[in-house]
Design a protein around this ligand. Structure first.
Ligand code: GDP
Ligand code: MN
Length: 380
């Protein structure tokens, strides 16, 4: 789950990472109240989960209520690269002497955490990585040992962080690691981490991705729900308890098991198609689950064909086939459907599908054949 900047800052604050005082607003009046409370001058920041807000006009300084009114009016409702701004974060403006970068993320290949720090902050880290890779210090952190104070000092020194910012940066790096590990985040990023003219170091931006698998031990995360996704398909899938990730293609995918779902995306790509989504319906394939999945995939206007790829294990083929047929009786689907059914009692399942076959519902015995048929439908 990706947090908005203001949520990320609340999360940082809980771990003692210094952030600017501020408030969140959904209306111009609320923005003025938040600014009055934070103290002028303030900065207004569009809350969208996409970078480059500044360039798009989504970050503005205001030195009085009239300016807040003006900028909040412009920012609320603004479209930033396809994301409509529904909230604006208003915080006390900071004076900036230097901008740095700090993050922790999981390096799955190395099976370790990865710390990245740079004295070149405030710009896209990908840009720094491409143009000046030596300006980024990368250090793997063994999760069994953790980030020691000596590690933090070494990283901050190696990154060339200005002398007067060092002790502040070291302590923030240690807090950031604690918040990353104890908070069950997959990514915590501060860009920019700033040094102010009076020598304080603090987080001016916050990017946090929480590990959804840990949500059971974080009841407090409920406060973040419903605000995270700007993709209506993902919202709809979440409400139905489905594992769904929206993509840009035209072949809707429904599969059981994450591994099979991913292979399905690969095969669709291999035969020249483009997947519209990842969707894992899990172990069972009951009519109710199938109807839910079909409704979500069908709601995507880009979908031109649907590929249902089920490998029956504990769930038998005829149950799956009956589930599909019953689901199709419940929901009206606009795209043709191709089913590949294999595994336990596949023969019985295919016979049921055969009896219901039409130019809108066909069955293919192998994954590749089914993918080809779905891609051909999508191309029409
Ligand atoms: P992003 O570009 O979407 O990541 O937004 P950021 O929150 O990182 O802000 C982008 C840039 O706006 C920062 O690098 C700063 O240069 C500037 N900025 C943001 N907040 C302030 C502030 O309080 N004071 C000043 N002077 N500049 C700010
Ligand atoms: Mn930023």
């Amino acid at each position: 789950m990706d947090l908005f900047e203001y949520q990320g800052k609340q999360y940082f604050a809980r771990y003692g990472i210094p952030v600017s005082p501020g408030g969140i607003a959904q209306t111009v009046d609320e923005a003025v109240s938040a600014a009055d409370a934070a103290g002028y001058p303030v900065v207004l920041k569009a809350q969208v989960q996409v970078g480059g807000r500044g360039k798009a006009g989504g970050i503005k300084l205001a030195s009085n209520a009239a300016e807040v009114r003006h900028h909040a009016g412009n920012i609320l409702g603004m479209d930033i690269r396809g994301h409509v701004v529904q909230r604006v974060w208003v915080e006390r403006a900071s004076d900036i002497k230097a901008e740095y970068y700090a993050s922790f993320t999981l390096d799955r290949a190395a099976r370790m955490h990865l710390a990245m720090v740079s004295k070149e902050g405030g710009i896209d880290i990908e840009h720094v990585a491409a143009t000046n890779p030596d300006a980024i210090i990368r250090r793997h952190i063994d999760p069994a040992i953790g980030l020691t104070h000596a590690d933090a000092v070494d990283i901050i020194h190696s990154a060339g962080i200005d002398e007067e910012a060092r002790s502040g940066a070291v302590s923030i790096l240690e807090l950031l690691y604690k918040c990353y590990v104890e908070g069950d985040a997959d990514l915590v990023e501060i860009n920019p981490l700033i040094l102010t003219p009076d020598g304080r170091v603090h987080a001016l931006d916050a990017k946090v991705t929480l590990d959804d698998n840990a949500s059971f031990r974080h009841p407090e995360w409920a406060a973040f729900d419903g605000t995270e996704s700007s993709d209506p398909r993902e919202q709809m899938a979440r409400e139905r308890g489905l594992q769904y990730v929206g993509l840009d293609g035209s072949v809707g995918i429904i599969a059981n098991g994450a591994g099979l779902a991913m292979s399905t995306l690969d095969v669709v790509n291999q035969v020249g198609g483009t997947p519209a989504n990842f969707l894992d319906i899990g172990g069972g394939a009951s009519a109710a689950v199938m109807a839910n999945a079909l409704e979500v995939v069908n709601s995507d206007p880009n979908v031109k064909a649907i590929f249902i790829n089920i490998f029956g294990g504990i769930t038998r083929g005829e149950e799956v086939a009956n589930g599909i047929v019953t689901a199709l009786g419940r929901v009206t689907i606009t795209s043709p459907i191709v089913v590949r059914l294999d595994g336990t009692n596949a023969v019985e399942g295919r016979a049921i599908l055969k009896a219901h076959e039409s130019d809108r519902l066909i069955s293919r015995p192998t994954m590749v054949e089914a993918a080809r048929a779905a891609v051909a439908f999508a191309a029409h």
